[in-house]
Design a protein around this ligand. Structure first.
Ligand SMILES: Nc1ncnc2c1ncn2[C@@H]1O[C@H](COP(=O)(O)OP(=O)(O)O)[C@@H](O)[C@H]1O
Ligand SMILES: [Mg+2]
Length: 372
């Protein structure tokens, strides 16, 4: 029997062009993987009849068909961007599927910045890759980190896409604040730390939102623009981690954050290493970074439970040291023009299906086993 894989998404997912493209790439890969795949959202669940009112996405025509289906064998959790007021309900849905229905998830938990850093500190092998980070409870935490490092990042622990990230750099007795608001990258200069902190206290909702303050990494630059890396990790059908790609993301001119959604540019890291080496002789090879990411992925699983894919934001500083900036449990994974094959089957879509099918097979063959 083909396993039924239910992709859990928010209800707007398939109406969005990127969501539809995601569905199309997944179904294209499924021509090889041979699973039954459907999409569903919280509204589609009928707990009484234990059925879902799912959407089946037909490849290649892109037609969407609604179908009544049983609960999936495996849930591939891509549910993100739910409005704040629905998040508790969505968490309860996940718990019910896991605990009551005993359905296995690919990517069970959310990876927020603070818990990831805090937990990973307990794992000796990954400690050298963690920038100094603290949970911000008061503006004085920002003051202290700035005095210590002279360059810091302040980030919403649950944020994504670079939209709630600020950075401060001390230069002489001036403080440069960088942030992104209303479609543009901004920079403001303050002549005292108190002036800066009172501005930040007004900008950040420190009481209700969780922010982390993190040591700023002095990123290597490619042609004058800072870059960091996005390493996409997927488990293969044997349950082993594979670093599918290591892409450099280069910040727009004048910006300190590299998120593609905010104008960053993507390149293959291995292809620019020779160029970077001229200026930074100790820059690590592509292979080394991938190996470090796999060590970190194993540590994340040890602390948070099993995952099928993780998108890691890594940085390399001017001395060639590798750092983990954050880990994403719902990474964007659409193939990028020019550096990936956008037409053929993408390994990151095929692997997740093969892994999900392996999880299912393992459960049917050896119930209770938890090797993956
Ligand atoms: N500690 C840091 N040092 C240097 N750059 C950073 C640091 N933290 C974040 N950045 C920059 O800001 C970007 C967004 O931060 P990130 O932690 O990935 O948050 P988000 O969840 O919004 O993507 C990173 O990709 C990187 O370019
Ligand atoms: Mg990021």
């Amino acid at each position: 029997m083909k396993p039924l894989i239910g992709v859990f998404v928010n209800s707007r997912f398939l109406a969005n062009p990127k969501g539809a493209l995601f569905a199309s790439k997944l179904m294209q890969a499924n021509e090889i993987a041979g699973c039954s795949v459907c999409f569903f959202s919280p509204e589609d669940i009928d707990w009484n009849r234990r059925r879902i009112n799912a959407t089946v996405f037909c490849f290649p025509e892109g037609r969407q068909v609604r179908r009544q289906l049983p609960f999936p064998d495996i849930i591939y959790d891509r549910g993100a961007a739910f409005p704040k007021e629905r998040q508790r309900e969505v968490e309860a849905i996940r718990r019910r599927f896991k605990i009551v229905e005993k359905i296995r998830f690919v990517n069970s938990s959310k990876l927020e910045k603070w818990p990831v850093i805090e937990k990973l500190r307990q794992v000796r092998e990954v400690r050298p890759y963690l920038p100094a980070t603290l949970l911000c409870r008061h503006v004085n935490d920002i003051r202290m980190m700035l005095q210590r490092f002279g360059f810091i990042f302040i980030k919403n622990s649950a944020g994504s896409g670079g939209t709630d990230v600020l950075s401060v750099k001390r230069q002489g007795n001036r403080y440069h604040l960088f942030f992104f608001r209303k479609g543009a990258h901004h920079r403001r200069v303050f002549s005292s730390i108190n002036e800066l902190l009172s501005e930040l206290a007004g900008m950040l909702d420190l009481k209700n939102e969780k922010y982390v303050v993190q040591q700023g990494i002095r990123l290597v630059k490619y042609r004058g623009r800072p870059l960091d890396l996005r390493v996409l990790l997927n488990k293969n059908k044997y349950g082993r981690w594979v670093a599918v790609y290591n892409q450099a993301r280069v910040a727009p001119t004048g910006a300190v954050i590299t998120n593609l959604a905010l104008g960053g540019e993507v390149m293959d890291y291995a292809a620019i290493v020779p160029d970077l080496k001229e200026r930074y002789p100790r820059i690590p090879e592509d292979k080394k970074i991938r190996e470090v990411c796999i060590v970190i992925a194993a540590a994340i699983e040890k602390m948070f439970g099993p995952f099928g894919e993780i998108g890691m934001d890594m940085a390399v500083d001017e001395r060639g040291k590798i750092w983990l900036l954050e880990a994403n449990s719902k990474p964007s994974k659409l193939p990028e023009d020019f550096i990936e094959d956008t037409r053929g089957v993408s390994p990151q879509f095929l692997m997740v299906l093969e892994y999900a099918a392996a999880l299912h097979r393992q459960r049917t063959l050896a119930p209770g086993a938890n090797k993956y």
